[in-house]
Design a protein around this ligand. Structure first.
Ligand SMILES: [Fe+2]
Length: 199
């Protein structure tokens, strides 16, 4: 069995916290010998210790398991950098406005990378008064459909969840919208950046 958490990761994170093996051991109620064993690859922590271990290292369990101390850094978030994450297990859609480590159903989710528009996923936009009417000629069947449409401006995300048997269309307030997204459950995320000007 692969080690689910490596000794090198534990050591690196412990040293970054300027903690001795004894101090870490004390925090999670194990012997310093146990910590030493983990760090030298002679054993690995019981799964029940993952949470206290992660907490002591000031990191999430996901970060501990992935071996990357990626922080959710959203202090200088920018709506135009909005990223979408879709869980392949439960269909959950998660959105972040900065770099984030996102997990759902026990899986670390990569952000969806927008694909270039193709003839099967062309996003049509019409201006209707102060709204964009957005639509796609795309199947809306249980196993292949547009699962959401979204419009992003500097300050706002308008998000509309779609369902099979519905229409692949939505209306968005135009105000400052700079990007439109359509997500196909089979073919991924599509982005339209060039939007029709207001008349
Ligand atoms: Fe599709």
């Amino acid at each position: 069995m692969d080690r689910y958490v490596t000794g090198a990761v534990i050591r690196r994170l412990r040293e970054a916290k300027k903690m001795t093996q004894e101090e870490l051991a004390e925090r999670i109620f194990v012997s310093s010998k146990a910590v030493s064993k983990w760090e030298t690859g002679q054993g690995f922590p019981d799964i029940s210790l993952l949470e206290p271990l992660a907490r002591s290292l000031d990191i999430s369990v996901i970060e501990l398991l992935s071996g990357e101390d990626i922080r959710n850094r959203n202090q200088s978030s920018n709506m135009l950098k909005t990223q979408f994450y879709v869980c392949p297990v439960c269909g959950n859609v998660i959105q972040s406005v900065g770099e984030a480590l996102v997990s759902c159903c026990g899986i670390t989710l990569p952000p969806l990378e927008p694909e270039a528009l193709d003839p099967d996923h062309t996003i049509r936009v019409e201006v209707v008064e102060d709204e964009y009417f957005v639509s796609l000629d795309h199947p809306m069947e249980k196993d292949h459909y547009i699962s959401f449409l979204a419009a992003v401006s500097d300050q706002q995300l308008q998000f509309i969840k779609l369902y099979p048997e519905g229409n692949a269309e939505a209306r968005f307030k135009i105000c400052c919208v700079k990007k439109l997204y359509a997500c196909c459950n089979r073919h991924g995320l599509f982005q339209l950046s060039r939007l029709p000007a207001l008349r």
